[in-house]
Design a protein around this ligand. Structure first.
Ligand code: PLP
Length: 411
């Protein structure tokens, strides 16, 4: 039996209508930007395997770091124990994160990094004697993950609607003006403002000006509330800077990281905070403890690969590659302006095609994905938004080839 037949007998895939979805790609190995299938095809990973891969698949230095760590310590619980990879990664992150972020709390994916941020914000105010600060202000078109808190903070959409009895209400805003009005009206009830700085990803690859994030920081200061930056997608160079907050020169009170943190190797989440937030949990009263954790908190294998990934940023021209990629994406996507709204930032190029039924369920998404796949390019359009987000290690000629495929399918 083929892998696909065996898969069909026992598996249930994410975001997949199992009745009608095409057969999954049977991937047997991968190297650089290329995926190899059981039936002999070579396919370019044009979305970095859901935005996680940055240095390429099966990267020799990352492979070596993972193997070495496996020989030393594979895992141990992180309550009451510590280990070198967990400590060293936190030290390295604090060195490069926006100045002022001083404490690292680990979890194991992007959604949990956001859940931790939401819970920290709520308990921070509670520990300070302000339990009524419990509302979150978020943005329309936001996407923060699929767990219940992260879904609540995300846009009300086909992803969340079936679960509306589980989610909690948030204040969704469109603009700085709107945000200021809500913050003014909501008085002391806002726990935090949560944004995806510079780029809203799953909501449709929407690029925001740096002034917006800077304005949000100013409003949070003026109305004395916390700013949470969800950099699960944007962190580690995706927008051209190590962290998207750098475009605006801001430090959030809490930052959420995952995806490219481990360069696409292993699940790991980080929620980093300022010392002010951390200090509000220090107490003789044990009820002020942050009661949150996961079995795989600070998994040493994941931390070791994350450290090796930061070494690559330090030792090789990784961000320069993103900048070269950005220039190429700008030139390539330019020719798609006739088809819709073009947006490019860092290593991401997107075009929002004009549509009668815009949104995730636009049927052109799967149709276009099939057309790209026929040409050997793996893309997963978000409905009528087609985007290309390859690993940063993609070469100039591989990028040129992928852009040719995108342009010839769309024009
Ligand atoms: C901005 C943002 N936050 C959170 C998440 C959730 O991450 P995960 O899929 O690892 O739970 C995503 C995933 O796409 C994301 O783009």
């Amino acid at each position: 039996m083929s892998l696909v037949d065996r898969d069909r007998a026992v598996l249930w895939h994410p975001y997949t209508q199992m009745l009608t979805a095409p057969a999954p790609l049977p991937i047997t190995r991968a190297e650089g930007v290329w995926l190899y299938t059981e039936d002999g095809r070579r396919i370019l990973d044009g979305i970095s395997s859901w935005w996680v891969n940055i240095h390429g698949h099966s990267q020799p230095k990352l492979n070596a770091a993972l193997a070495a760590q496996a020989r030393e310590l594979e895992h141990v619980m992180f309550a009451g124990c510590t280990h070198r990879p967990g400590v060293e990664l936190a030290e390295r992150l604090i060195e490069i994160l926006p100045k002022g972020l001083a404490r690292v709390f680990y979890s194991d994916n992007g959604s949990t990094a956001v859940e931790v941020a939401l819970k920290l914000a709520i308990q921070y105010w509670r520990n300070l004697g302000q339990p009524d600060r419990k509302t979150f202000v978020t943005l329309h078109n936001a996407y923060h993950g699929d767990t219940v808190g992260a879904m609540s903070a995300s846009e009300d959409s086909v992803f969340t609607r079936a679960f509306s009895t589980l989610t909690f209400p948030v204040e969704r805003v469109h603009s700085l003006q709107d945000m200021e009005q809500r913050l003014r009206d909501a008085g002391d009830s806002v726990a935090a403002v949560l944004i995806e700085p510079m780029l809203q990803g799953a909501g449709g690859m929407i690029v925001w000006p740096a002034e917006f994030a800077a304005g949000v920081r100013r409003l949070c200061d003026r109305y004395r509330t916390l700013l949470i930056a969800d950099e699960v997608l944007t962190g580690f160079g995706r927008t051209g800077k190590m962290f998207a907050c750098e475009h605006a020169g801001i430090t959030p009170d809490i930052i959420c990281l995952s995806k490219a943190l481990t360069a696409g190797y292993l699940p790991l989440g980080v929620t980093a905070t300022t010392a002010t937030i951390y200090d509000a949990f220090l107490s003789d009263d044990r009820s002020k403890t942050f009661f949150h954790g996961h079995s795989y908190t600070a998994n040493p294998l994941a931390c070791a690969v994350a450290i090796a990934s930061l070494d690559l940023f330090r030792d090789e021209a990784v961000l320069a590659n993103v900048s070269r990629l950005e220039q190429q994406l700008r030139a390539g996507f330019e020719s798609l302006r006739a088809r819709g709204n073009v947006r490019v930032i860092g290593g991401i190029g997107a075009v929002e095609l004009a549509s009668d039924r815009p949104g995730y369920l636009d049927q052109r998404g799967p149709e276009l994905a099939a057309a790209f796949l026929d040409r050997g390019l793996l893309l997963r359009p978000l409905g009528n938004v087609v985007y290309f987000m390859p690993p940063y290690c993609i070469t100039e000629s591989e990028t040129a080839w992928a852009l040719d495929q995108i342009i010839s399918v769309l024009l």
